[in-house]
Design a protein around this ligand. Structure first.
Ligand SMILES: NC(=O)c1ccc[n+]([C@@H]2O[C@H](COP(=O)([O-])OP(=O)(O)OC[C@H]3O[C@@H](n4cnc5c(N)ncnc54)[C@H](OP(=O)(O)O)[C@@H]3O)[C@@H](O)[C@H]2O)c1
Length: 230
């Protein structure tokens, strides 16, 4: 069945590859990114997609931007909250952690998910299989705690927690919500030495989203369907 899908952060990395694969599989994709004019790869993909990909502008930290984007989008079956940022990789003494980029991380990785769900959940009404997928990370799992990137870890712990809360809040509307670890992926964020390609990650994630429904709502799992500890 062809789904109508919104993907945030669709101009590069995992978001771009999910857009590519979903459109190739026949789904209708609204690909959101914050600078559509500069999204060359995504725009080329959209131009070649036979109308399956529509590119829209959306800065997930800015609720007005999310609200304005939502006003231009019709009915959806799946919302993928993928946009994310990693502010600094070191621990407490890493000077890369600044008040400004900590605020940006909190607003992107947590509030961005909240704003996206807040303004697009209504678009799922009328769908036969309404779903919201939050791209979190195993780095947000408290059972997988580590010594790197503590702010990023905290934002992803919050994103997973938010997915659980939304799963409960939206259950009466029949909307299923899941949180996903995409693997350690070869992207700008994951780095060239990461374990898997964007193709592997996106393929697995899209399969997991297809399996998401009321019976599995609230799940936190990997792109391969393995349960993640919270
Ligand atoms: N790569 C990994 O190993 C890995 C592992 C676990 C989880 N994840 C998660 O997977 C998701 C995708 O990561 P990735 O590896 O594809 O990262 P990436 O290559 O760095 O791409 C991040 C995407 O998010 C967008 N973005 C960032 N801040 C945004 C904002 N405020 N508003 C709108 N879009 C914004 C970026 O847009 P711009 O181009 O405009 O910056 C870009 O499209 C993220 O949530 C990340 O935390 C990744």
């Amino acid at each position: 069945m062809a789904d109508r899908i919104l993907i945030t952060g669709a101009n590069r990395g995992i978001g771009l590859e999910m857009t590519r694969q979903a459109a190739a599989a026949g789904h209708q994709v609204t690909a959101a990114c914050r600078k559509p004019d500069k999204a060359d790869e995504l725009n080329a993909l959209a131009a070649d997609s036979g109308g399956r990909i529509t590119v829209i502008g959306m800065e997930v930290r800015d609720e007005d931007s999310v609200r304005a984007a939502a006003a231009h989008v019709g009915g959806l079956d799946l919302v993928v909250c993928n946009a994310g940022t990693l502010n600094a990789r070191g621990g407490l003494t890493d000077p890369g952690h600044t008040p400004e980029n900590i605020a940006e991380s909190l607003m992107t990785n947590i509030a961005g998910v909240f704003f996206t769900a807040r303004h697009f959940a209504g678009h799922l009404k009328g769908s036969a299989a309404p779903r919201i997928a939050v791209i979190s990370s195993q780095m947000g799992s408290s059972e997988r705690a580590g010594t790197t990137a503590p702010i990023y870890r905290a934002t992803k712990a919050a994103a997973t927690n938010l997915a659980r809360s939304m799963a409960l809040e939206l259950a009466d509307d029949g909307i299923a919500v899941g949180a996903y670890h995409p693997g350690w992926v070869q992207t700008d964020m994951g780095g060239a030495e990461a374990a898997i390609t964007v193709e592997e990650s996106a393929e697995g994630l899209l399969q997991r989203f297809a399996a998401l429904g009321p019976a599995t709502s609230g799940v936190f799992e990997t792109y391969q369907g393995e349960a993640m500890p919270f």
